[in-house]
Design a protein around this ligand. Structure first.
Ligand SMILES: [Cu+2]
Length: 218
């Protein structure tokens, strides 16, 4: 259904697309029903000879039901979407898997900086490696810690179906597992000023050996 979207690069991309498709269906059905009912009322109350327009205050039982029944139906649709989306939210944002690869992502005006653990395998030590590109091994749970040095930014890789705000003063933990090789564009999805538009970077997904070899050159 959503064939015009970018490829599904992460293991959770099908889950995200499933939620989006579900919302399309629920909202699409609601849109058709709401327009149908509206057109029905327009036809029902059309101008006819000898029939005068009336003022109906709508405070009787029938008038109240015309408000409360649609409100209940909207809340029920909300509940359906919530029920469909909650397990996906937990999978993507709450239940973070063990790290197979770690990286710290820092956003600043206006660039991305990626910090990798050095030989000691730990982030935040003297031998950390910093680079302007994100290189990650395929089929490995990548754990990232996302920080912003100055203002709000948003780490966005459409193929991963991953968009995460970076907030000054916070280190936001997240993860993804890329299933295929390739070079992909990282954007900043913070829509405030054209500076964010220009802070592009690349993400390269390759074998573990290729990533290690690239890190050794940095
Ligand atoms: Cu930005």
């Amino acid at each position: 259904m959503l064939h015009y979207l970018p490829i599904q690069l992460s293991t959770y991309a099908p889950d995200i697309d499933g939620v989006i498709t579900y919302i399309y269906v629920v909202c699409g059905a609601w849109f058709v029903a709401a327009l149908g009912i509206l057109l029905g009322f327009v036809w029902h109350s059309r101008r006819r000879p000898g029939v005068r327009a009336q003022w109906l205050p709508g405070d009787d039982r029938r008038g109240t039901a015309m408000i409360l029944v649609p409100v209940g139906a909207v809340l029920f649709c909300d509940f359906l979407i919530e029920q469909r989306a909650t397990p996906v939210w937990e999978k993507v944002k709450i239940d973070l898997p063990e790290a197979g690869f770690e990286v710290k992502i820092t956003a600043r005006q206006f660039a991305w900086v990626f910090t990798y653990p050095g030989a000691d395998g730990k982030l935040g030590t003297a031998d950390d490696i910093t680079a302007k590109e994100l290189h990650v091994p395929r089929q490995t749970p990548v754990r990232f810690s996302l920080e912003a040095a100055d203002v709000l930014h948003a780490f966005y890789v459409p193929e991963l179906r991953l968009k995460q705000d970076a907030v000054p003063g916070r280190a936001i933990e997240g993860w993804f597992d890329a299933i295929g090789d390739g070079t992909f564009e990282i954007g900043c999805a913070e829509i405030c000023g054209k500076g964010h538009t220009t802070m592009r970077a690349v993400m390269v997904v390759a074998s573990r050996e290729e990533v290690d070899a690239w890190l050794a050159q940095q």
